[in-house]
Ligand binder design. Structure first.
Ligand SMILES: *[C@@H]1O[C@H](CO)[C@@H](O)[C@H](O)[C@H]1NC(C)=O
Length: 215
């Protein structure tokens, strides 16, 4: 045990992981992510990092998606997207679905993983991932086409403005609502999120998480 610990310690010294920046609060780590349907880096992050980390550690995660990219909410209530109409449409769809699934985090994660694996909404304007998740397509379509009947655009615009003003990154990745400009933390979140989460959880014995490895 002592030997294992000192080996782990030595490896951590050699390859510093930004775990000091991620903490477990009341048994959970909150991860907020600002996503963009167009953005290839969001595709990689959601499908290669967040979804696998959720699969492994979902019971300890509280995930908040802000599907907005770098859009602008205009004074007349319309939204302009820097990557065009498909980007706008797909991000709006993501906001609607995340809202409709607000009490089911696992379903939110399945949906976003579907969207950022298949990219059916962005590439094809399709509701295939909505169907996969079992939501009523008529309800979703109504939401997508009636943005003035809810505050989803205004809420996402407000949250994103604060995040982008500091981080200027899509995907933005924020732990425990602490908008942290650390490049090391962002690099780890983008490349080895499961390790980052595992080591943070292992600091809390009650999680029973052990045996973390660096990736
Ligand atoms: C950790 O293990 C203990 C003992 O087996 C168990 O009672 C507890 O529920 C576990 N905690 C978690 C978060 O799985």
């Amino acid at each position: 045990m002592a030997v294992t610990k000192s080996i782990a310690f030595a490896i951590i010294l050699l390859l510093p992981l930004a775990i000091a920046d991620v903490q477990v609060i009341n048994g959970k780590i909150k991860i907020t992510t600002l996503t963009g349907s167009f953005c290839p880096h969001t595709v990689d992050f959601v499908s290669q990092q967040l979804a696998p980390a959720y699969e492994e550690f979902g019971e300890f995660l509280d995930i908040e998606f802000i599907p907005w990219g770098r859009a602008t909410l205009n004074a007349d209530g319309t939204v302009t997207c820097n990557s065009g109409t498909n980007d706008c449409w797909a991000n709006r769809l993501h906001r609607c679905v995340i809202d409709l699934l607000q009490d089911d985090q696992a379903a939110q994660m399945r949906f976003m993983n579907c969207e950022f694996t298949e990219r059916t909404a962005f590439l094809h304007g399709s509701y295939a991932c909505v169907q996969d998740i079992g939501l009523n397509i008529v309800t979703v379509d109504y939401c997508v086409n009636n943005p003035r009947r809810d505050n989803l655009d205004a809420d996402a615009a407000a949250s994103s403005a604060e995040i982008l003003a500091t981080l200027n990154a899509v995907p933005a990745i924020i732990f425990n609502d602490n908008i942290d400009e650390s490049v090391a933390l962002y690099t780890d979140a983008r490349n080895r999120l499961s390790s980052l989460i595992c080591f943070a959880l292992a600091e809390v014995p009650e999680t029973n998480v052990t045996g973390c490895t660096l990736m």
